[in-house]
Ligand binder design. Structure first.
Ligand code: C5P
Length: 315
């Protein structure tokens, strides 16, 4: 066995609401997370020496502890020292297709892929719940990235409640390559401006989560009503990111003007997605937005909602 090839999809947030501050410094969230087909490819294999070799041609991707994929390998080596001893060091090669620092969980998905890959390579027999517990140590979005699909995520984002699959809905995704938003900055700025509106106790959080569970978006997902899903999109972080980055607001407005049935920033941005009724409409929307905004820094992709998390194949 020479190694594994992992496909690690991007995610978008169909919903992101910040409920309050947590004692651990993070925020209590209610999100609806959704994987899309746009994916990175990660090869994981063993080498005879010790340590981690990380390769990626995309210059913005760090090749050390700053990369979640690297930290995922470190975590597995620390937790399973006998396997590390037996199989040796780890080579990780990342082919980056998901834009970096985009609010699309690209880095988190790469970390999830390394956990899944090493579980297979080292024949550890860890289950999805086992992997999600390890994943939560690496970042709030990493547990979702393991299984993907459509899910309500609460807590820091690591508590997952699966929803029915929404496969195949066409999406146009857009990101200005010259804009990067720091996720800690987005949350800190939100706190500074909106802390007064935070729900103060566990009971209020629970009540709000119950409301969302029985609310319009979840019903729309359960009935696969695309128009209703599009009408229920929400992201609290838009309140701080859009005023600070007017280009992102313009992009979002441009999607709406050219007929997207719903459009929203994903995560802490700056990527924006648009939901479309058909692939033809998505291709048309991509062309219209690209023509109108006419910027060499604007990247656009036509993709679709997908029900897959990390997928593995032997090399
Ligand atoms: O968990 P992750 O490393 O992805 O989080 C990145 C940053 O986003 C955290 O350092 C924190 O500033 C912010 N965050 C938060 N509350 C969450 C998730 C993330 O404040 N639930």
């Amino acid at each position: 066995m020479s190694g594994y090839l992992l496909t690690a999809p991007a995610k978008i947030n169909l919903y992101l609401e910040i409920l309050g501050d947590r004692p651990d410094g993070f925020h209590e969230l209610v999100m609806v997370m959704q994987t899309i087909a746009l994916s990175d490819r990660i090869e994981v294999s063993s080498h005879r020496g010790k340590g981690i070799n990380l390769y990626c041609k995309q210059p913005l991707v760090p090749l050390d502890e700053r990369n979640i994929a690297y930290r995922a390998a470190q975590l597995m080596m620390a937790r399973f020292p006998h396997a590390y001893e037996e199989f040796g060091g780890v080579d990780i090669t990342i082919e980056k297709n998901i834009p970096v620092a985009a609010g699309l969980a690209g880095g988190s998905g790469n970390g999830a892929a390394v956990l899944v890959g090493l579980n297979l390579l080292w024949q550890l027999g860890l289950t999805q719940p086992d992997l999600r517990i390890l994943a939560a140590e690496l970042g709030s979005d990493v547990p979702f990235c393991i299984g993907g699909g459509t899910a309500i995520a609460t807590g820091r984002g690591e508590i997952l409640d699966p929803l029915p699959d929404l496969d195949g809905i066409p999406i146009v995704l857009a990101k200005y390559s010259n804009i990067a938003v720091s996720t800690p900055w987005a949350y800190q700025t939100y706190r500074a401006q909106f802390e007064d509106g935070y729900l103060r106790d566990d009971e209020s959080w629970q009540d709000r989560m119950t409301q969302i569970h029985s609310g319009g978006l979840i019903q729309a997902i359960q009935t696969k009503n695309i128009q209703a899903i599009a009408a229920e999109l929400h992201n609290d972080l838009e309140k701080v990111v859009l005023p600070a980055f007017p280009q992102v607001q313009t992009l979002r407005d441009c999607f709406a003007k050219h007929g997207a049935i719903g459009t929203m920033m994903s995560g802490s941005g700056p990527s924006v997605f648009a939901i479309c009724e058909s692939v033809e409409q998505a291709n048309q929307l991509k062309t219209s937005v690209s023509t109108e905004l006419n910027s060499p820094d604007l990247d656009l992709w036509v993709t679709q909602i997908s029900c897959h998390g990390i997928q593995a194949a032997t090399l």
